[in-house]
Design a protein around this ligand. Structure first.
Ligand code: XUL
Ligand code: CO
Length: 439
């Protein structure tokens, strides 16, 4: 008897379908700009939200039953039930990747030795499940933020014992990621930041975080991990200030400590908006620096100041995201739904409908982003906007050969600079509406 026996394999039925358990836009085999939707959109399931989170919040206990038939949660029998449920779920939705924290897979034991043994047991079980399917691991990570020992961070902790414990967890999480064939390893600096500068040596903490990352790279490469390490920027929550504030800050950090060859960024939509940026902005910053790695696909609520981790539904946003991703030549990683159902959406059917919403929203975003690129008006406008630099002087500036004296001379000769061309924002926003809704 399977957990989701009352739920079907999700078919593609097209935009006219009213069937809540069917895709309207995600048609895995449909070719867009030379690649199938499945190739463009490497969707992944987040073990923590989908298989573990029950809807607990600050004011109340869980509403969703995620026991998946196990008699008791927090046991190895439950850990295995989650694997069974997860694989059935991914299979029925046509999702080929999953992401995990060590703590999502097994309950933490009293000793590291026993926790590691449990991880060996469950990863054996997952490896066996993966056989004969096309399901793979997108990335793994270590949970270095839930246990009270991490109250002051992991790499940024003031305690050398806590720092070592974090190192041990990272080592094991890397072992598990490699064992499961993961193509990435993520560092989300959950509590790598501060509550008050009054008790914080910021330089000390950042140097320690960098050292931990360097050790992780060295160890990872030594056990044959060839994938990317990712930093996942987030400005705040749970800490008041987190060091990996946004894409630009994280890139500066990686370059400062010589980590930029091994690391890329995992950009999460809701983290970008918490930093006061659009999702598109952080994708652009990562892309133009050659650091666009993977994406945590979700959306926030702009009226709320925290990470609501909602399934993406805003097609304007998914379109602009896919526009950036297509322009960057695609993702090295994939699109992980770091997203959870709202607390009152607590049934198994809601789990399916959350993913259908997210997958359809990104499929529609892909279709519209490709249409924007094929339409060409936006690209053409941006190209023409800088046309004044195609002349002799402009080319000299672009190639770094111009001098300030020379430019000053040219300006004096000209007398006064004419106004630059209009930015035509309203026209361009109209083009987007036209591509979205025009005939
Ligand atoms: C938290 C968050 C994490 C990371 C992995 O905001 O996004 O789930 O994705 O640690
Ligand atoms: Co995330």
């Amino acid at each position: 008897m399977s957990v989701f026996q009352n739920l079907p394999r999700i078919p593609y039925e097209g935009p006219k379908s009213k069937n809540p358990l069917a895709f309207k836009y995600y048609d895995a085999g449909r070719v867009i700009l030379g690649k199938t939707m499945k190739e463009h959109l490497r969707f992944a399931m987040a073990w923590w939200h989908n298989l573990s989170a029950t809807g607990v919040d600050m004011f109340g206990s869980g509403t969703a039953d995620k026991a998946f038939g196990a008699e008791k949660t927090g046991t190895m029998a439950h850990a295995r039930a989650k694997v069974d449920a997860g694989f059935e779920f991914m299979d029925k939705l046509g999702i080929e990747y999953f992401c995990f924290h060590d703590a999502d897979l097994v309950p933490e034991a009293d000793t590291l030795e026993e926790t590691n043994r449990r991880l060996d047991e469950i990863t054996d079980y997952i490896t066996a499940k993966m056989k004969g399917t096309s399901i793979k691991c997108l990335w793994g990570t270590a949970n270095l933020f839930s246990n009270p020992r991490y109250m002051n961070g992991a790499g940024s902790s003031n305690s050398v014992d806590v720092y070592c414990h974090a190192a041990a967890q990272i080592k094991k999480a890397l072992d598990c990621t490699v064992k499961l064939g993961g193509i990435g390893y993520v560092f989300w600096g959950g509590r790598e930041g501060y509550e008050t500068l009054l008790n914080t040596d910021m330089k000390f903490e950042q140097e320690n975080i960098a050292s931990l990352m360097k050790m992780a790279v060295k160890y990872g490469r030594s056990i044959g991990f060839e994938g990317d390490f990712f930093i996942e920027p987030k400005p705040k929550e749970p800490m008041k200030h987190q060091y990996d504030f946004d894409a630009a800050t994280s890139i500066g950090f990686l370059r400062q400590y010589g980590l930029d060859k091994d690391f890329k960024l995992n950009i999460e939509a809701n983290h970008a908006t918490l930093a006061g940026h659009t999702f598109q902005h952080d994708l652009r910053v990562a892309a133009i620096n050659g650091m666009l790695g993977s994406v945590d696909a979700n959306q926030g609520d702009l009226l709320l100041g925290w990470d609501t981790d909602q399934f993406p539904s805003n097609v304007y946003e998914t379109t602009m995201a896919m526009y950036e991703i297509l322009k960057a030549g695609g993702l090295r990683g994939g699109l992980n739904f770091d997203a959870k159902n709202r607390r009152p959406s607590y049934t198994h059917e809601d789990m399916f409908e959350g993913f259908i919403l997210g997958m359809d929203s990104f499929a529609l975003g892909l279709i519209k982003a490709a249409a924007l690129i094929e339409d060409g008006r936006i690209d053409e406008f941006v190209r023409d906007r800088y046309a004044s630099f195609s002349g002799e002087l402009g080319q000299k500036i672009r190639s770094g050969k111009a001098t300030l004296e020379e430019l000053a001379g040219a300006a004096v000769k000209k007398g006064s600079a004419p106004l630059p061309g209009s930015g035509r924002q309203e026209y361009l926003e109209g083009v987007i509406n036209d591509v979205f809704f025009g005939g």
